[in-house]
Write a protein that binds this ligand. Structure first.
Ligand code: BEZ
Length: 203
């Protein structure tokens, strides 16, 4: 959100310039970048929703899920971000009020911390935002494994939020809908579908 100071030039369209500042709840709003289930499922109110990308982070199914797509006894595998200098991660950005961060902090309490990042929008615009990342030092972190092994793991897991399989397939579909290709997600999805094709069916 931009404020105009004495030395700035006021744009001729003051209605447009005021669009954000005349919404009281927008005064404290911030962008949150979603790269997992947040892409397709926003269970919170938002002021704006825009496809976006962040640089320097790669999406990986390296985080254990004890409370959504698995259980403490049999954790599922969900996405986190891993620092990779040349990587670009595509997702969805939401402009939200601070109460939404309280909601997300609670929803994503299984290892995720907020971190500042720069968002790049499709029209070339940029903004500072926050993203939830589960680092290698959290107790639920599972780390890398071959994609076929990750697919086997996901095929077998489920938790209070549903099957781990549906989480993967919904994420893969949401990325396709955005016109984005993530080789890691697409590779695991292909393995999972192949495993299901190979599985013996009930007579
Ligand atoms: C997301 O869907 O982007 C997300 C992933 C982990 C924690 C919070 C949000």
């Amino acid at each position: 959100m931009r404020a105009f100071h004495g030395h700035d030039t006021m744009p001729t369209d003051t209605l447009a310039a005021r669009r954000n500042t005349d919404r009281p709840d927008a005064l404290a709003a911030a962008w949150v970048f979603g790269y997992g289930s947040l892409i397709y499922k926003a269970d919170f109110p938002y002021l704006e929703r825009r496809p976006a990308r962040i640089r320097g982070w790669a999406r990986r199914f390296w985080q254990g899920s004890h409370d959504h797509r698995g259980t403490p006894q049999a954790p599922g595998r969900v996405v986190t971000l891993v620092a990779e200098p040349d990587a670009v991660c595509a997702g969805m950005a939401y402009l939200v009020t601070p109460d939404v961060f309280r909601h997300l902090d609670h929803r994503e309490k299984n290892g995720y911390l907020r971190q500042a990042t720069e968002l790049c929008f499709g029209d070339g615009g940029r903004a500072q935002g926050l993203v939830y990342i589960a680092g290698a030092d959290n107790a639920a972190f599972l780390g890398p494994a071959p994609e076929r092994e990750i697919a086997r793991h996901i095929a077998a897991a489920s938790g209070p939020s549903g099957s781990n399989r549906d989480y993967l397939l919904q994420l893969a579909a949401a990325l396709r809908e955005l016109g984005e290709h993530d080789p890691h997600v697409a590779g695991i999805e292909a393995h999972l579908l192949a495993l299901e094709d190979d599985a013996p069916r009930a007579p």
